[in-house]
Design a protein around this ligand. Structure first.
Ligand code: PRX
Length: 651
């Protein structure tokens, strides 16, 4: 072990580095002071945090929250502001010529620097163009774009006019795009001719056309020319982005939005039903995005910051666009993938743009770790100062590799736990304040109040393990499920009344450190992508040859979790290898490649209770090959079903 690492309670403990603490926004003493300040006078503490934004009318009503009854979450509710002004206009006096976005193309020969002045102008032009198409405050705009600067421009242009954006990940299928447009009745879609990832072309416009065949609410489509591939343009509906923007004015007066006016909807999977439209509003979200970006990454002026997520996920929203830009940072946006053209790509980009702060997902770290140290070591990485991880639990082995090989034991690793619903990071080390333990997300941010509860909702004290809840609100919390407040209450506040239930399990050690163990509901986390088993099941049963399906997660070395499907075919249908391939392709087509099943096992029957409920606990054990101890099977309607499934495990 290197001498910076000491052992405590059998766990590795890596102390805060004095040189990091010395210049950090928050050191250990400041962290404690912030926690105490919030506890002593929450109103004053949260009012002070809001001062980091530029308000048109500063808020006087700070917090107005109830986790009971109808559940109402309001922050800074009488304040007026515009999110795009936080990210653009207010920086212009000092930073007009500073790079706001560094764009690194899929092809290493392509990159661009966009200054704050240029980004401001592009956003103004698109905002004017959207208004000229009749888009108004409160309208929904769906964004289905690759990782190009226009994605950030589109989000900020919506924010500028008060339209609510709904970004749909470019890897989703026409069917998934259709569902997300229909649910929020968008009137405008912004897409591109094609995307480019790892040298492969993604037919975005073709996918959009397929989806739009059944989306009557969409009146206009704005198409960004990315690859130049010829795509059909429907007259009257489809418009070229570059033509609209060239004709539009380069200045625009931003809308004055209420703090609780919606900023965006982002669809995410739950344990039941179709994806939910998580709704975030303007004031609280912007406070949280900007505060957490500064504290967790210890962002200092002039630093180059790179989050490798896609803007189609919440990480891209908060930590590529809103957080960094609100802080006047230089944010890097990467179109490509970690292993194209080579597995050194991440580190080559770090060297090319002198990246100081690097934020990625455990699945990428594990995949690169498998390639050995040489592809990392041939690069310098001397610019790196802080490393971050997000999206799924990071195993200590991957954590230590990241720390030792990538960061050369120089860069603190911040393992950040949060969710689409939380808007921003809730549990994470702060580089200058928190001693690290590989595999632990460590401590809550100031003002964040996690608890662990048992199955009955009893709050557990001390070192323990349980279901992770939050007993009080923070400004970045989601406000509702778009169009379905009842579902919001049911999903998050009914399991343990009076608390927000995260759906995650966690352990807390004797130092109060949190170790997230993963989802305790029927949500899968495949390579950091969140997916409901119910969605994959409904895709499978939509196939004409499938009678019934049950989907569970299985342990997977690279992806964290893999997708294991039990499929019962209709009577008379032969289970063939060809059909297996057809079903895998079917799910990819219905949802998108991220939902590709890893295993399909033919199941003549599924284990059910006498009341007909599928016993997923048993299916999970079989998938994990833990068939020795299947637990209590006495409630099974037909025990032979399980024997058959065990005997015919697919892997
Ligand atoms: O299970 C947790 C896992 O990802 C879930 C949230 O997924 P999503 O809404 O897509 O947001 C991902 C990016 C914030 C959580 O319920 N998760 C996220 N970060 C971590 C994590 N699990 C363990 N450690 C993390 N750092």
């Amino acid at each position: 072990m290197p001498d910076t690492v000491s052992q405590k309670q059998g766990e590795t403990l890596i102390p805060v580095k004095p040189e990091i603490a010395a210049r950090a926004h928050v050191d250990a003493a400041k962290y404690r002071a912030m926690v105490e300040a919030e506890a002593a006078d929450p109103e004053a503490f949260w009012a002070k945090q809001a001062e980091r934004l530029t308000w048109i009318t500063p808020p006087t009503r700070i917090k107005n929250v109830s986790f009971r009854g109808d559940v109402s979450i309001r922050w800074y509710e009488d304040g007026l502001l515009n999110a795009s002004v936080q990210c653009l206009d207010r920086h212009l006096p000092a930073r007009a010529n500073q790079t706001a976005i560094i764009w690194e193309g899929d092809n290493p020969a392509e990159s661009a620097h966009i200054t704050y002045a240029e980004l401001h102008e592009r956003v103004c032009r698109l905002a004017n163009a959207m208004e000229s198409l009749g888009v108004k405050r409160g309208d929904r705009v769906t964004i289905y774009l690759p990782m190009i600067p226009e994605a950030a421009v589109a989000m900020l242009a919506c924010a500028r006019i008060g339209a609510i954006h709904s970004v749909v990940f470019g890897g989703f299928s026409p069917e998934s795009l259709h569902g997300r447009i229909e649910d929020c009745s968008s009137t405008l879609l912004i897409t591109a001719d094609e995307g480019l990832r790892g040298g492969r072309h993604v037919p975005l416009k073709a996918n959009a056309d397929a989806a739009l065949a059944r989306c009557p609410t969409i009146r206009n489509v704005i198409v960004v020319r990315r690859t130049g591939r010829e795509v059909p343009m429907q007259p009257g509906r489809d418009h070229w982005y570059h033509e609209l923007c060239a004709a539009a004015s380069p200045t625009h007066t931003p809308a004055a939005m209420g703090a609780e006016d919606p900023l965006f909807i982002l669809y995410t999977s739950g344990s039941t039903g179709k994806p939910k439209g998580v709704l975030h509003t303007t004031g609280g979200y912007m406070v949280w995005a900007s505060l957490t970006h500064q504290l967790v990454f210890d962002y200092h002026d002039g630093e180059i910051y790179w989050c490798t997520a896609d803007v189609g996920w919440v990480t891209g929203h908060t930590y590529i666009v809103y957080g960094p830009l609100a802080n006047g940072a230089t944010t890097l946006m990467f179109e490509g993938v970690p292993n194209y053209p080579t597995v050194s790509r991440f580190w080559e980009v770090v060297d090319k743009h002198k990246v100081n702060i690097f934020y990625t997902a455990p699945t990428a770290i594990r995949a690169l770790m498998r390639e050995g140290e040489a592809p990392v070591k041939k690069t310098s990485r001397a610019s790196l100062r802080i490393l971050g991880s997000v999206g799924e639990p990071i195993n200590p082995e991957a954590w230590l590799w990241y720390w030792r090989v990538v960061g050369e034991e120089r860069c603190p690793v911040v393992d950040t736990w949060w969710q689409t619903e939380t808007g921003g990071i809730l549990i994470s080390p702060l580089p200058g304040a928190t001693a690290l333990k590989p595999g632990s997300a460590t401590l809550p941010l100031p003002g964040v109040k996690p608890v662990l509860v048992d199955a009955n909702g009893v709050v557990l004290e001390g070192a323990t393990e349980g279901n992770l809840c939050l007993v009080d609100s923070w400004p970045g919390q989601m406000r509702t499920v778009f169009g379905d407040h009842e579902r919001f209450k049911q999903t998050y506040f009914s399991t343990y009344p009076g608390m927000y239930f995260t759906g995650d399990g966690a352990r807390r050690d004797a130092d109060g450190y949190y170790w997230i163990t993963g989802r305790v509901d029927d949500v899968l986390n495949v390579s950091g992508h969140r997916m409901g088993t119910a969605e994959i099941e409904s895709a499978l049963v939509a196939h004409p040859k499938v009678a019934e399906a049950a989907v569970v997660g299985m342990p997977h070395d690279l992806k964290g979790q893999g997708i294991y499907c039990y499929v019962t075919l209709k009577t008379g249908v032969e289970p063939t290898e060809e059909l297996r391939k057809e079903l895998v392709a079917w799910v990819r087509k219905e949802i998108g490649p991220i939902a590709t099943p890893d295993v399909i096992q033919w199941a003549p029957g599924l284990p059910k209770t006498r009341s007909g409920k599928i016993m997923r606990r048993i299916l999970r054990k079989i998938a994990a090959n833990e068939t020795e101890n299947l637990g209590d099977t006495s409630t099974l309607a037909d025990p032979t079903v399980v024997e058959d499934l065990v005997a015919n495990r697919a892997v």
